[in-house]
Design a protein. Structure first.
Length: 202
């Protein structure tokens, strides 16, 4: 006869509130369409993952994209995510020119290849430069990033109707950036938009 222990609540993958369903978002965080249909992370923002993310993002160590992208793919499979397309949080053209690459795009390309979902590089455009989100309050983060992203014309005329999109980024704190990315996708007709990140910073 099988013995079952007590059901241990697990944290909401977005806000950290205790819930009974593992790998799920709480009802508040699962609501939309202004928000996201779930925000999922591989781990907390702690070592050694923190140093790996920093190395990819700021130190030009692009070789880290392969193992880090594989971690995202493992998470994607483990929680049985489904998607019609995978995209990355885009950088403003000035920031990308300064850095030379978009670290989120490198991660998304690896993840998409591993899980067999098409990667769409130009679905979203960051048309307005913003301040770094680090150090801003929750309200400041939302104000800073709101309206910064647009859906590319190719995708804004019906191509996304009924589709499920997964947005990849490195770190999420309040989810403001991912929500700002999701907004134009919902406007273009996307059915569901989910976020998938390497680390959740609470």
């Amino acid at each position: 006869m099988a013995m079952f222990g007590p059901v241990i609540p697990s944290p909401c993958q977005r806000c950290g509130k205790a819930i009974l369903e593992p790998d799920m978002a709480c009802k508040t965080c699962h609501s939309g369409p202004e928000g996201l249909n779930g925000l999922f992370g591989v781990s907390g923002y702690e070592e050694p993952l923190r140093s790996c993310i920093h190395g990819l993002k700021y130190d030009g160590n692009v070789r880290l994209a392969e193992p880090l992208g594989f971690l995202l793919a493992q998470r994607f499979v483990r929680i049985r995510m489904e998607a019609d397309a995978i995209i990355a949080v885009p950088l403003h053209k000035d920031r990308q020119q300064e850095r030379g690459y978009n670290h989120a795009q490198l991660l998304a390309e690896v993840c998409a290849r591993q899980v067999g979902v098409p990667f769409h590089e130009h679905m979203l455009v960051k048309h307005r430069a913003t301040l770094p989100q680090v150090g801003l309050s929750m309200r400041e983060r939302h104000l800073n990033i709101a309206g910064a992203f647009l859906c590319a014309p190719t995708y804004a005329t019906g191509a996304l109707v009924g589709r499920t999109i997964v947005i990849i980024d490195d770190v999420a704190t309040t989810g403001a950036t991912l929500e700002a990315c999701a907004a134009p996708l919902f406007t273009a007709g996307a059915r569901e938009v989910r976020g998938l990140v390497l680390a959740r910073r609470m």
